[in-house]
Design a protein around this ligand. Sequence first.
Ligand code: EPS
Length: 352
Amino acid sequence: FRVTTFGESHGPAIGCVIDGCPPGIAIAPEEFAHDLSRRATGKTRHTSARHEADEVEILSGVYQGFTTGTPIALLIRNTDQRSKDYANIAQQFRPGHADYTYWQKYGIRDPRGGGRSSARETTMRVASGVIAKKWLGERGVQVRGHLAQIGDVVPVAHDWSVVEDNPFFWPDAAQVTELEVYMDALRKSGDSVGAKIVVEADGVPPGWGEPIYGKLDGELAAAMMSINAVKGVEIGDGFASVAQKGTQHRDAIALDGFASNHAGGILGGISTGQTVRVAVAFKPTSSLRLPVASVDTDGNAIEVVTTGRHDPCVGIRATPICEAMLALVLIDQALRHRAQCGDVGPVQPRIV
Ligand code: EPS
């Protein structure tokens, strides 16, 4: 199961091609709307004010409502481009932004906003993830996620039932007002902040993932890192494992299951049958109206100020993106497991 995307934030359209999708998955254009709207800009004052319709056109690979097994092409036309927002920085490098490295690599400066490095690219990940989630859901695998940190604010309580009821995907309803105050002050200051997302998959049977090349955790790390603005990925206890003793970290096994899940549901690159848990760090957005020193393409020292519509915390919209990437890796690993071992579960663990 392979997804490639195309298109620029300020081009005519963005899209993706999905190769290797199993035939027979029922999918209608309106099924994309829910997750796309969870990711979209312009829904609350805490995200970018750009208003995109994000309406999916299915160009190929689906016939009479079912996937055919041939490449699926999805297209979303951009409806609210405003590339003139970027006219005054067309020759400038925004510190912290990919325009510097794109220029060093290609020698071409795309003046249309972030182009491929924009958060807009993630739309197609979410769209393709809808198909992966559907296939997985029919096999008892559920993917969900929440925001787990904004700046230095962390959830006090954890209640999955409130996550979809607030604009932050936050698991503690009592903190939503505090977050609104925090984000309002941040937006007014002109600065941005990072965020952490946690995504989980329940119902993954033991056995998905390959032992060395194609480890489930390795592929998850690569998938999450491929999202624009991601700077870190943890599986299970992740970097907290550094300070742990082996006696703390190991997950004791009883006949009725594991006693804990420090491993994040993966051992040796292969799923254990526990919840697969991944945490993803998003950096603070780099397009800021606060001035910063930089250089331009002619080699002059300059000061950069970026105006226009930007997210003060791009992580606020990232929960559905990370869910989609988790689902895309899982469907791929499930199909590879089926090819080699013949079943994709739900299966009974061999001993526990
Ligand atoms: C983005 C800047 C804003 C965001 C955009 C990402 O748009 P514009 O380029 O029009 O100023 O709205 O995100 C999206 C459009 C999206 O769909 O996620 C940026 O600088 O990355």
